[in-house]
Design a protein around this ligand. Structure first.
Ligand code: AMP
Length: 146
């Protein structure tokens, strides 16, 4: 098995995040690598900005706080300290690539699809991260599809 030095696990905070981080942890422990967690919040303006003329800053702040709390709780349960948790605002694949580069990550671990993924299809974040990644990417098969 290749030896990794820095493993970055990308989670969407859905229930599938647990098997994804467990695989990331097993690989990190086997390699004596650092284990980092990342969650990216997509700005509401990306989805609705052009269509709905309203100020999203209040609700965006609320989403940020909720996601930060969820990430902290998840990280605590999985024994990952604050220095190894990253929450960012932007497009998931862009922020995951940028953080991986900043940390010197040599393996990104994510789920094969997320909350919005269709069974049997590779999710769009997984696809986006695979394309253009400067390091190995491991997509863990998650969900109930057979
Ligand atoms: P998707 O491509 O959206 O179906 O999600 C595939 C996988 O990408 C998920 O199982 C997560 O591991 C990861 N992922 C999806 N969305 C995010 C996000 N906003 N932040 C970090 N990782 C994510």
């Amino acid at each position: 098995m290749p030896q990794y030095r820095n493993v970055l696990v990308a989670i969407d905070l859905s229930e599938d995040s647990t098997p994804v981080v467990q695989r990331g942890r097993a690989i990190a422990e086997g390699s004596n690598a650092e284990l980092h967690l990342i969650h990216v919040i997509e700005p509401l303006s990306f989805a609705y900005g052009g269509d709905i003329p309203m100020d999203f800053s209040g609700i965006q702040e609320e989403i940020h706080q909720q996601a930060t709390q969820q990430l902290h709780r998840f990280a605590e349960t999985n024994n990952i300290d604050a220095q190894h948790q990253h929450i960012l605002l932007g497009k998931p694949e862009v922020e995951i690539h940028a953080k991986a580069e900043e940390l010197g990550t040599d393996l990104i671990v994510l789920g094969s699809h997320g909350r919005h993924g269709l069974a049997l299809l590779m999710g769009s974040t997984a696809n986006g991260v695979m394309h253009g990644a400067a390091c190995d990417v491991l997509a863990i098969r998650v969900g109930k599809q057979k």
